[in-house]
Ligand binder design. Structure first.
Ligand code: BGC
Ligand code: BGC
Length: 844
């Protein structure tokens, strides 16, 4: 037997021919209505017998334990290098909030030290029978190496789309890979190739465009930039990093823009709209695909054999590996995050099991031993993982600290990379209004710079920056970066003018012009989901600021920061010029470059990559791809050649009433109001409700969406349902105002045991022994089954026992341990009216 490794990575021309790959395991027959033959067929690919032979040899000598280990990825927050001696895992990741020493503001050196330690531990843990298998370290470097202090941060994808410049994207990929390599990290979970169609989706900022064509071009360019051009000596050479495309498939098509929800579409649309990024990326040599949290027509992607195995690995010829998303296996019926044969059988090769890896490893091992998962499926998965490690050159690369591209921290935020990011900012800006040639501004003038976001690098960088939500960052966290204000100040100072920062827009001396920077605050994933696209519906101080400046006769330029197009008609009307600046990243000077007349004068070249909505409801696409409800069409954008005055825009948001939830609703018209999510929980675990019918992991409670509401059925053991958001809310003001928690319900089966309902805090018991849950057993026992009724409980009832509602994480929770069934059609926080009871339930 020999373990001759393939000599050079160049010889290994990435994806291998389907003939070499092991056949998919005992495939369940795909549903009759699907059409695999209509998906693009893979082009024949170059094969590399040397690396295949190497992988074969490895497989022959690996124990089953080692194989299962390769299939599991843990988060650095929940695993130590020493654990790798016992559990020979294939990969680790640093999740959104994870960092060396649990300090997201740590040094680049600490990142390198940690990657080196994990790498060495993975090698030390090996079995004598075969060469050691290095671990892969993955991170979300989704707009530059943005978790690491001092890195260059590029505009988020939503802004890059406006540049319509694939070569720019390739250069960004290349520069990002160089910065990643300095810290010894092997793999980035990028690019996202979602085609966002309903921009109420909080992850729209991670999408390049609503256009499948642009997404495909960008996908190929980014993969090429990160990894190096496939089939050339640069491919995965030093300074390059493994790319993965996500989230397969249809994440941008979730109904209502509900993150992790259901994409309800015919196969043709799934294929033609949502899959283009994958075919382009596979062609460009991508070796890893991340599966999505969402469902397609009710079936979770992580359980979807047809899409993962028949289409992706079969028809599209993808011979790399499929990684699961963050504990997404737990959303599959019958699975928990600790145990899920269904995901592996469907085609997930590596499970992202951040905190659940240990039990998942043990359970998977047991399931293979019992025959529940055939060994052939394990061999196929491990072969794919090892193939990627081989092709990526992992077996030749030295330990992170010894790599020629690591430790050179001058690359992080280097002048060249910052110049590239600044260019990207310039190219991503879209000018939507420029009345009377307000722009370009005269740099010799006195400029007032106002707005909450004017001098906030945290604001302009958005989510997935330093930590997951990116909402705790101050300018001091971004050494070397420039806020939009500082960029303007530098441009104006250089020309002999002056720029004054005044957040609230107050001024002593009337300026020649004002630039107001405002917009959406940072968010990531479901925290950014919105019911409608009206910008800041409950707080109009930015609009008031614009109007004040207008009344004062100051020509005003609005710079709007957002992860997506929004309904901002009043703000557009109140400004003389309006610029959509998206989430521009660390190089705020890129904005000033375009705003001012000067020696190096740039014009606006950005054009919308998304339709800008006419009302607070997103633009709608019909099955033929025709879009309606649009104010500014995709491709629009002014430049300095355009003269004139824009028409005044209508200022009523015109939300169709059936889409609009009444104020205070938490749950209405069969859906939970953004940003809340519903979870079902029992003593085994809890799980996010993202499908029309979901059981808690231990099966103790089931929630089914019905035409009249959510039907909840308890099977007789302790379990419950609750609503949650990642950010706690202070509900003391509402409590003081007399607001009540109101539930509209119908009893379907009288409760057997005590039922508790109420609120829960970030600190579980809201600072008391009892918490803010109250017994409502009597109310439900005395209610007539089958009749709709309402229960309103003033929030003050929940605080009567001393509970403190300053940190409410769950505004609604209900639990019991006996049999019980009820249907809920509405949950809201309302100011009670006359008909509502004002008493606390205990006294009823
Ligand atoms: C996200 C992925 C991300 C992963 C690791 C998940 O929740 O959906 O996009 O790569 O976490 O942070
Ligand atoms: C992690 C992210 C992950 C998210 C998923 C966060 O705690 O840091 O990486 O994407 O959870 O829910």
């Amino acid at each position: 037997m020999s373990f001759s490794r393939p000599l050079t990575v160049v010889a290994v021309l990435c994806v291998l021919s389907p003939a070499v790959a092991s056949p998919p395991v005992s495939a369940p027959t795909p549903p009759a209505s699907v059409h695999p033959e209509l998906w693009p067929a893979a082009a024949p690919k170059a094969t590399d017998p040397a690396s295949e032979a190497f992988v074969d040899q490895l497989l022959l000598h690996m124990s089953l334990e080692e194989k299962i280990g390769q299939m599991i990825q843990a988060d650095i927050a929940a695993i130590s290098p020493a654990d790798l001696r016992t559990y020979k895992l294939g990969s680790i990741l640093a999740g959104g909030n994870a960092a060396p020493g649990d300090n997201v503001r740590t040094t680049p050196q600490a990142w390198l030290d940690l990657t080196d330690e994990f790498y060495r531990a993975s090698l030390a843990a090996t079995n004598e029978a075969h060469p050691p298998i290095p671990i892969l370290f993955g991170i979300d470097a989704v707009h530059g190496h943005a978790k690491v202090i001092g890195a260059t941060i590029y505009p988020h994808n939503t802004g890059l789309g406006s540049a319509h410049d694939p070569e720019l994207i390739r250069r960004i990929g290349e520069a990002t890979a160089q910065e990643i390599a300095t810290t010894g990290i092997d793999w980035t979970f990028a690019p996202t190739v979602a085609v966002a169609r309903d921009v109420r989706w909080g992850r729209s900022f991670e999408s390049y465009s609503e256009s499948p064509g642009l997404v495909a071009e960008y996908a190929a360019a980014m993969v090429t930039g990160l990894q190096g051009p496939r089939g050339t000596p640069q491919f995965m050479s030093p300074g390059h990093t493994l790319s993965s495309v996500k989230h397969y498939l249809g994440d941008g098509g979730v109904v209502g823009g509900r993150d992790q929800g259901d994409t309800i579409l015919p196969e043709s649309e799934l294929r033609e709209v949502h899959s283009t990024g994958y075919t382009a990326a596979i062609d460009a040599g991508v070796l890893i695909v991340m599966a999505s949290f969402n469902s397609w027509n009710g079936i979770k992607l992580h359980a979807n054999h047809y899409l993962l195995t028949d289409i992706l690995k079969g028809r599209l010829g993808f011979n790399g590996f499929v990684v699961g998303d963050w504990n997404a296996q737990e959303q599959i019926p019958g699975c928990t995050k600790y145990r899920c044969a269904a995901a592996i059988l469907a085609g997930i090769d590596m499970l992202m099991a951040p905190d659940s890896w240990r039990q998942l490893y043990k359970n998977t091992l047991a399931q293979v031993r019992s025959g529940e998962i055939p060994e052939s499926r394990i061999d196929d998965a491990v072969r794919r993982i090892l193939r990627v490690k081989t092709i990526a050159g992992m077996f030749e690369r030295p330990a992170p600290k010894q790599r020629s591209d690591a430790g050179d921290f001058a690359q992080l935020g280097s002048a060249a990379h910052r110049a590239l990011a600044r260019e990207a900012v310039r190219k991503s800006l879209v000018l939507l209004k420029n009345d009377h040639g307000t722009l370009p501004l005269n740099p010799h003038a006195t400029i007032l710079v106002a707005g909450d976001a004017a001098d906030s690098i945290g604001w302009q960088t958005g989510g997935w920056t330093i930590d997951w939500q990116g909402d705790h960052n101050s300018n001091a966290d971004f050494p070397g970066a420039t806020s939009i204000f500082r960029g303007i100040q530098a441009a104006v100072a250089a020309a002999g003018g002056s720029a004054v920062l005044s957040k609230n827009g107050q001024f002593a001396q009337k300026p020649d012009a004002a630039v107001v920077v405002f917009g959406e605050e940072p968010y990531a994933e479901f925290e950014g989901d919105r019911e409608n696209l009206e910008f800041s519906p409950n707080d109009k101080h930015d609009l008031e600021l614009l109007r004040r400046l207008r009344i004062a006769g100051v020509p005003t330029v609005a710079i709007f920061l957002s992860g997506r197009p929004m309904w901002v008609n009043p703000e557009i009307n109140a400004s003389d010029a309006f610029v959509a600046a998206w989430l521009p990243g660390s190089e705020g000077e890129g904005v000033a470059d375009v705003l001012f007349r000067g020696r190096e004068h740039y014009d606006f070249t950005g054009r919308l990559a998304f339709s800008w909505p006419l009302t607070a409801m997103p633009a709608r696409f019909d099955a033929a791809g025709k879009v309606s409800g649009v104010l500014f069409a995709r491709g629009s954008g002014l430049d300095y050649r355009a003269a004139g005055v824009s028409p005044r825009l209508p200022e009523n948001a015109r939300i169709p009433p059936d889409w609009d939830a009444p104020p205070g609703s938490l749950y209405y018209a069969r859906h939970v109001t953004a940003p809340w999510s519903i979870f079902v929980a029992d003593e085994v675990a809890e799980v996010h409700l993202t499908t029309i019918r979901q059981a808690s992991p231990g099966g103790a409670v089931v929630v089914a969406s019905q035409p009249d509401g959510s039907a909840i059925q308890w099977a007789g053991t302790r379990s419950g349902v609750f609503m949650i958001s990642g950010r706690a809310s202070d509900m003391r003001p509402q409590t003081a105002r007399g607001v009540a928690l109101r539930v509209r319900y119908r009893i379907d089966r009288i409760p057997e045991r005590t039922v508790k309902m109420g609120l829960r805090c970030a600190e579980p018991l809201c600072g008391t022994r009892e918490g803010a849950m109250l017994e409502v057993t009597k109310v439900f026992k005395s209610a007539r089954p089958g009749i709709w009724q309402s229960l309103s409980i003033p929030l003050s009832c929940f605080t009567a026992g001393g509970a403190d509602l300053s940190q409410v994480a769950q505004p609604f929770a209900i639990e019991t341990s006996g049999h019980f069934a009820l249907t809920i059609s509405e949950v809201s926080l309302i100011q009670p009216t006359l008909g509502d009871s004002h008493t606390c339930p205990g006294t009823i």
